[in-house]
Design a protein around this ligand. Sequence first.
Ligand SMILES: C[S@@+](CC[C@H](N)C(=O)[O-])C[C@H]1O[C@@H](n2cnc3c(N)ncnc32)[C@H](O)[C@@H]1O
Length: 257
Amino acid sequence: MTSTDDPYRDPKLYDLEYRDQHDDIDHYLDVARAHAGDAPLLELGIGNGRIALPLARAGVAVDGVDGSRSMLHDLQERLAGEPADVRARVSARYGLFTTFEVERRYRLVTLPFNALHHCPDHRAVLALFDRVRAALTPDGVFALDCYLPDPALYRRDPNQTYEHRTFVDPRFGGALYSWERSWYDTLAQTHHVIYAYQRPGRVAEELHLRLRMFYPAELFGLFDLGGFEPVQIAGEFDGRPLDGASMKVVALLRARR
Ligand SMILES: C[S@@+](CC[C@H](N)C(=O)[O-])C[C@H]1O[C@@H](n2cnc3c(N)ncnc32)[C@H](O)[C@@H]1O
Protein backbone atom coordinates (compact mmCIF):
# COMPACT_ATOMS: atom_id res chain seq x y z
CA MET A 1 0.00 0.00 0.00
CA THR A 2 1.34 3.50 -0.76
CA SER A 3 0.85 6.22 1.82
CA THR A 4 -1.65 8.18 -0.29
CA ASP A 5 -4.07 5.28 -0.78
CA ASP A 6 -3.56 3.99 2.76
CA PRO A 7 -6.81 4.63 4.65
CA TYR A 8 -4.76 4.20 7.83
CA ARG A 9 -2.25 6.92 6.94
CA ASP A 10 -3.25 9.14 9.86
CA PRO A 11 -3.20 7.11 13.08
CA LYS A 12 -4.44 10.09 15.13
CA LEU A 13 -7.67 10.12 13.08
CA TYR A 14 -7.89 6.34 13.54
CA ASP A 15 -7.61 6.76 17.32
CA LEU A 16 -10.29 9.44 17.25
CA GLU A 17 -12.66 7.33 15.16
CA TYR A 18 -12.34 4.24 17.34
CA ARG A 19 -11.77 5.78 20.77
CA ASP A 20 -14.93 4.11 22.15
CA GLN A 21 -14.16 0.65 20.74
CA HIS A 22 -13.29 -1.59 23.71
CA ASP A 23 -15.33 -4.80 23.73
CA ASP A 24 -13.00 -6.58 21.32
CA ILE A 25 -9.99 -5.87 23.57
CA ASP A 26 -11.52 -7.87 26.43
CA HIS A 27 -12.44 -10.65 24.01
CA TYR A 28 -8.92 -10.97 22.57
CA LEU A 29 -7.41 -10.82 26.05
CA ASP A 30 -9.62 -13.77 27.07
CA VAL A 31 -8.68 -15.66 23.90
CA ALA A 32 -4.98 -14.97 24.53
CA ARG A 33 -5.20 -16.19 28.13
CA ALA A 34 -6.98 -19.35 27.02
CA HIS A 35 -4.81 -20.22 24.02
CA ALA A 36 -1.44 -18.44 23.84
CA GLY A 37 0.05 -19.72 27.10
CA ASP A 38 3.30 -17.91 27.90
CA ALA A 39 4.28 -17.60 24.24
CA PRO A 40 3.58 -14.58 22.04
CA LEU A 41 0.51 -14.50 19.85
CA LEU A 42 0.65 -13.21 16.30
CA GLU A 43 -1.71 -10.31 15.51
CA LEU A 44 -2.30 -9.73 11.81
CA GLY A 45 -3.07 -6.07 11.15
CA ILE A 46 -1.63 -4.98 14.51
CA GLY A 47 -2.04 -1.34 13.47
CA ASN A 48 -0.92 1.12 16.12
CA GLY A 49 -1.56 -1.30 18.94
CA ARG A 50 -5.13 -0.46 19.95
CA ILE A 51 -5.49 -4.12 21.01
CA ALA A 52 -1.83 -5.14 21.33
CA LEU A 53 -0.91 -2.48 23.90
CA PRO A 54 -3.61 -3.34 26.46
CA LEU A 55 -2.77 -7.03 26.00
CA ALA A 56 0.93 -6.32 26.56
CA ARG A 57 0.09 -4.28 29.66
CA ALA A 58 -1.84 -7.31 30.91
CA GLY A 59 1.25 -9.51 30.43
CA VAL A 60 0.52 -11.00 26.97
CA ALA A 61 3.35 -10.91 24.41
CA VAL A 62 2.27 -9.86 20.91
CA ASP A 63 4.13 -10.15 17.63
CA GLY A 64 2.48 -8.19 14.85
CA VAL A 65 2.37 -7.73 11.11
CA ASP A 66 0.86 -4.75 9.30
CA GLY A 67 0.85 -3.26 5.83
CA SER A 68 0.64 0.38 6.92
CA ARG A 69 3.95 2.04 7.64
CA SER A 70 2.13 4.96 9.29
CA MET A 71 0.39 2.68 11.76
CA LEU A 72 3.62 0.81 12.49
CA HIS A 73 5.47 4.09 13.06
CA ASP A 74 2.75 5.26 15.44
CA LEU A 75 2.93 1.94 17.29
CA GLN A 76 6.66 2.49 17.86
CA GLU A 77 5.97 6.00 19.18
CA ARG A 78 3.32 4.68 21.54
CA LEU A 79 5.61 1.89 22.71
CA ALA A 80 8.32 4.44 23.49
CA GLY A 81 6.01 5.85 26.17
CA GLU A 82 5.44 2.44 27.81
CA PRO A 83 7.44 0.83 30.64
CA ALA A 84 10.29 -1.45 29.51
CA ASP A 85 8.46 -4.70 30.28
CA VAL A 86 5.48 -3.69 28.11
CA ARG A 87 7.79 -2.52 25.32
CA ALA A 88 9.59 -5.84 25.42
CA ARG A 89 6.34 -7.75 24.89
CA VAL A 90 5.43 -6.11 21.57
CA SER A 91 7.27 -6.63 18.32
CA ALA A 92 5.87 -5.61 14.95
CA ARG A 93 7.00 -5.53 11.37
CA TYR A 94 5.79 -4.62 7.92
CA GLY A 95 4.04 -7.41 5.99
CA LEU A 96 0.97 -8.07 3.88
CA PHE A 97 -1.75 -10.54 4.78
CA THR A 98 -1.22 -12.55 1.61
CA THR A 99 2.56 -12.87 1.70
CA PHE A 100 3.87 -12.37 5.25
CA GLU A 101 6.53 -14.73 6.60
CA VAL A 102 7.24 -15.52 10.24
CA GLU A 103 10.23 -17.10 11.90
CA ARG A 104 8.38 -19.14 14.48
CA ARG A 105 5.06 -20.89 14.93
CA TYR A 106 2.27 -19.50 17.09
CA ARG A 107 -0.34 -21.17 19.28
CA LEU A 108 -2.63 -18.24 18.55
CA VAL A 109 -2.94 -16.07 15.44
CA THR A 110 -5.49 -13.24 15.51
CA LEU A 111 -7.04 -11.10 12.77
CA PRO A 112 -9.09 -8.62 14.81
CA PHE A 113 -11.38 -5.71 14.11
CA ASN A 114 -12.80 -6.60 10.71
CA ALA A 115 -9.41 -6.76 9.00
CA LEU A 116 -10.67 -9.66 6.87
CA HIS A 117 -12.67 -7.07 4.91
CA HIS A 118 -9.38 -5.79 3.53
CA CYS A 119 -9.12 -8.96 1.45
CA PRO A 120 -10.69 -7.86 -1.84
CA ASP A 121 -11.55 -11.33 -3.17
CA HIS A 122 -11.53 -15.06 -2.40
CA ARG A 123 -7.97 -15.47 -3.67
CA ALA A 124 -6.72 -12.93 -1.13
CA VAL A 125 -8.67 -14.65 1.66
CA LEU A 126 -7.29 -18.07 0.73
CA ALA A 127 -3.73 -16.69 0.44
CA LEU A 128 -4.15 -15.17 3.91
CA PHE A 129 -5.50 -18.45 5.33
CA ASP A 130 -2.56 -20.27 3.77
CA ARG A 131 -0.14 -17.90 5.55
CA VAL A 132 -2.03 -18.33 8.83
CA ARG A 133 -1.83 -22.13 8.61
CA ALA A 134 1.93 -21.84 7.98
CA ALA A 135 2.27 -19.62 11.08
CA LEU A 136 0.29 -21.87 13.45
CA THR A 137 1.53 -24.73 15.60
CA PRO A 138 -0.31 -28.00 14.78
CA ASP A 139 -2.71 -27.47 17.71
CA GLY A 140 -2.85 -23.67 17.26
CA VAL A 141 -6.01 -21.59 16.85
CA PHE A 142 -6.95 -18.67 14.63
CA ALA A 143 -9.25 -16.00 16.09
CA LEU A 144 -10.96 -13.35 14.00
CA ASP A 145 -14.02 -11.16 13.86
CA CYS A 146 -15.74 -9.53 10.94
CA TYR A 147 -19.00 -7.85 10.06
CA LEU A 148 -21.83 -9.48 8.19
CA PRO A 149 -23.41 -7.53 5.31
CA ASP A 150 -25.89 -4.88 6.47
CA PRO A 151 -28.39 -4.21 3.63
CA ALA A 152 -29.98 -1.26 5.51
CA LEU A 153 -26.62 0.53 5.47
CA TYR A 154 -26.19 -0.10 1.76
CA ARG A 155 -29.44 1.72 1.00
CA ARG A 156 -27.83 5.04 1.97
CA ASP A 157 -27.82 7.69 -0.76
CA PRO A 158 -24.21 7.90 -2.03
CA ASN A 159 -24.66 11.62 -2.69
CA GLN A 160 -25.67 12.39 0.89
CA THR A 161 -23.41 12.74 3.90
CA TYR A 162 -24.07 10.96 7.19
CA GLU A 163 -22.71 10.66 10.74
CA HIS A 164 -21.91 14.36 11.11
CA ARG A 165 -19.78 14.96 14.18
CA THR A 166 -17.52 17.63 15.61
CA PHE A 167 -14.33 16.57 17.34
CA VAL A 168 -11.44 18.39 18.89
CA ASP A 169 -8.63 17.94 16.36
CA PRO A 170 -6.08 15.62 18.02
CA ARG A 171 -3.30 16.95 15.76
CA PHE A 172 -3.81 20.71 15.65
CA GLY A 173 -6.38 21.51 18.35
CA GLY A 174 -9.57 23.38 17.42
CA ALA A 175 -12.67 21.97 15.77
CA LEU A 176 -12.58 19.05 13.39
CA TYR A 177 -15.77 18.36 11.46
CA SER A 178 -16.32 14.81 10.33
CA TRP A 179 -18.85 13.01 8.16
CA GLU A 180 -19.19 9.91 6.02
CA ARG A 181 -20.57 8.96 2.67
CA SER A 182 -20.74 5.45 1.33
CA TRP A 183 -21.95 3.21 -1.42
CA TYR A 184 -22.14 -0.51 -1.95
CA ASP A 185 -20.83 -2.24 -5.05
CA THR A 186 -23.23 -5.18 -5.21
CA LEU A 187 -21.28 -7.22 -7.76
CA ALA A 188 -17.93 -6.85 -6.01
CA GLN A 189 -19.65 -7.15 -2.57
CA THR A 190 -17.60 -4.15 -1.53
CA HIS A 191 -18.74 -1.41 0.82
CA HIS A 192 -16.95 1.84 0.01
CA VAL A 193 -16.86 4.28 2.91
CA ILE A 194 -15.36 7.74 2.67
CA TYR A 195 -14.50 9.23 6.04
CA ALA A 196 -14.13 13.00 5.70
CA TYR A 197 -12.38 15.27 8.22
CA GLN A 198 -12.33 19.02 7.83
CA ARG A 199 -10.63 21.76 9.79
CA PRO A 200 -12.51 25.07 9.57
CA GLY A 201 -11.57 26.90 6.37
CA ARG A 202 -9.60 23.93 4.97
CA VAL A 203 -10.31 21.37 2.28
CA ALA A 204 -11.69 18.14 3.76
CA GLU A 205 -9.27 15.23 4.06
CA GLU A 206 -10.81 11.97 2.85
CA LEU A 207 -9.97 8.41 3.79
CA HIS A 208 -11.43 5.74 1.51
CA LEU A 209 -12.08 2.33 3.05
CA ARG A 210 -12.92 -0.52 0.67
CA LEU A 211 -14.51 -3.28 2.70
CA ARG A 212 -15.14 -6.62 1.01
CA MET A 213 -18.22 -8.11 2.67
CA PHE A 214 -18.78 -11.84 3.09
CA TYR A 215 -22.18 -13.50 3.38
CA PRO A 216 -22.32 -16.15 6.11
CA ALA A 217 -22.40 -19.24 3.90
CA GLU A 218 -19.61 -17.77 1.75
CA LEU A 219 -17.53 -17.05 4.86
CA PHE A 220 -17.94 -20.56 6.26
CA GLY A 221 -17.17 -21.95 2.78
CA LEU A 222 -13.95 -19.93 2.71
CA PHE A 223 -12.98 -21.18 6.18
CA ASP A 224 -13.49 -24.72 4.87
CA LEU A 225 -11.67 -24.18 1.56
CA GLY A 226 -8.86 -22.50 3.48
CA GLY A 227 -8.41 -25.63 5.58
CA PHE A 228 -10.04 -24.38 8.80
CA GLU A 229 -12.80 -25.80 10.94
CA PRO A 230 -14.74 -23.90 13.60
CA VAL A 231 -13.90 -24.38 17.28
CA GLN A 232 -16.33 -21.70 18.45
CA ILE A 233 -18.54 -19.31 16.49
CA ALA A 234 -20.47 -16.43 18.08
CA GLY A 235 -22.51 -13.50 16.80
CA GLU A 236 -20.93 -10.95 19.14
CA PHE A 237 -18.00 -10.51 21.52
CA ASP A 238 -20.26 -11.35 24.46
CA GLY A 239 -20.54 -14.88 23.10
CA ARG A 240 -24.19 -14.80 22.03
CA PRO A 241 -24.92 -17.39 19.34
CA LEU A 242 -24.72 -16.46 15.69
CA ASP A 243 -28.22 -16.19 14.22
CA GLY A 244 -30.05 -14.54 11.33
CA ALA A 245 -30.03 -11.16 13.10
CA SER A 246 -26.30 -11.17 13.90
CA MET A 247 -24.26 -8.21 12.67
CA LYS A 248 -20.91 -9.91 13.31
CA VAL A 249 -19.13 -13.23 13.25
CA VAL A 250 -16.67 -13.80 16.09
CA ALA A 251 -14.78 -16.97 15.20
CA LEU A 252 -12.21 -19.29 16.69
CA LEU A 253 -10.90 -21.75 14.10
CA ARG A 254 -8.33 -24.51 13.92
CA ALA A 255 -6.53 -25.96 10.94
CA ARG A 256 -8.15 -29.21 9.78
CA ARG A 257 -5.79 -32.16 10.20
C1 LIG B 1 -9.16 -2.14 11.28
S1 LIG B 1 -7.43 -1.92 11.44
C2 LIG B 1 -7.12 -2.87 12.91
C3 LIG B 1 -5.87 -2.43 13.62
C4 LIG B 1 -5.75 -3.04 15.02
N1 LIG B 1 -5.75 -4.48 14.98
C5 LIG B 1 -6.92 -2.56 15.86
O1 LIG B 1 -7.75 -3.38 16.22
O2 LIG B 1 -6.99 -1.35 16.11
C6 LIG B 1 -6.80 -2.99 10.17
C7 LIG B 1 -5.29 -3.01 10.07
O3 LIG B 1 -4.95 -3.93 9.02
C8 LIG B 1 -3.92 -3.36 8.23
N2 LIG B 1 -4.06 -3.91 6.86
C9 LIG B 1 -5.04 -3.65 5.97
N3 LIG B 1 -4.86 -4.36 4.85
C10 LIG B 1 -3.71 -5.06 5.05
C11 LIG B 1 -2.98 -6.01 4.26
N4 LIG B 1 -3.41 -6.37 3.05
N5 LIG B 1 -1.88 -6.56 4.76
C12 LIG B 1 -1.43 -6.20 6.01
N6 LIG B 1 -2.07 -5.31 6.80
C13 LIG B 1 -3.19 -4.76 6.32
C14 LIG B 1 -4.15 -1.87 8.28
O4 LIG B 1 -2.96 -1.17 8.00
C15 LIG B 1 -4.67 -1.67 9.69
O5 LIG B 1 -3.64 -1.35 10.59
